[in-house]
Write a protein that binds this ligand. Structure first.
Ligand SMILES: *Cc1c(COP(=O)(O)O)cnc(C)c1O
Length: 197
């Protein structure tokens, strides 16, 4: 599926995409997400794709459709707690760190497996994984990183504690979505390519 990344775009230009029938949009900052969610149609499925601070979870918990960027057990626990308070179950992806760049958030594979084993969390549903390749024009490096992500995804999927709802692999952006799909992506997050077309 396609998540249209609407960060930094105006309500007007997002509405153009909405009016073409698209309903899934991704934002990477809570404040911007809240401002847009407040005034835009209620049938939009909002995806949080950027680093999420624990103290902001409560602001998006009432409506968020999917959080792509779970990068610690502490964050997962807060999402669980806020989901409970809102009497709902929130779908999440675990973000695996694959890129070499230091600035990228994400879990190691070991830490990610530990989160899968966090059994007592009843109001979050771990539906898959997310990852970002290095920002580089070296296509073979991007492919290597996506292959690694897919292999890790398959391993985690086959773990004993993983539920059969674990099936989404969120990888691929404007510059690398084709490689991502070849490598087994089920969800691409595309911004510039959609809005600059
Ligand atoms: C901005 C962003 C995207 C989309 O990037 P484009 O290059 O505009 O397609 C995808 N994923 C994340 C996490 C982003 O922050």
């Amino acid at each position: 599926m396609l998540v249209v990344v609407s960060k930094t775009r105006s309500i007007e230009s997002i509405m153009e995409i909405y009016n073409q029938g698209h309903r899934s949009f991704g934002e990477n900052r809570v404040q911007e997400l809240l401002e847009k969610q407040a005034v835009m149609p209620k049938d939009i499925k909002w995806h949080m794709i950027g680093h999420l601070q624990k103290n902001k979870v409560k602001l998006i918990a009432p409506f968020i459709s999917l959080i792509h960027s779970i990068d610690s057990l502490e964050l997962l626990k807060v999402v669980d707690k806020e989901a409970k308070r809102n009497d709902r179950i929130i779908d999440v992806l675990l973000q695996l760190k694959i890129a070499k760049e230091e600035s990228k958030y994400g879990l190691s594979k070991e830490a990610l497996s530990d989160l899968i084993r966090a059994k007592e969390l009843e109001n979050v549903r771990i539906v898959g994984m997310m990852g970002m390749a290095s920002f580089t024009s070296d296509q073979s490096m991007v492919k290597k990183e996506f292959d690694l992500l897919k292999r890790s995804f398959d391993e985690i999927k086959n773990m004993e504690n993983t539920t059969n709802q674990f099936k989404e692999l969120s990888m691929g952006m404007s510059g690398d979505y084709k490689i991502a799909i070849e490598c087994g992506s089920t969800m691409i997050r595309v911004g510039s390519l959609v809005f600059n077309a």
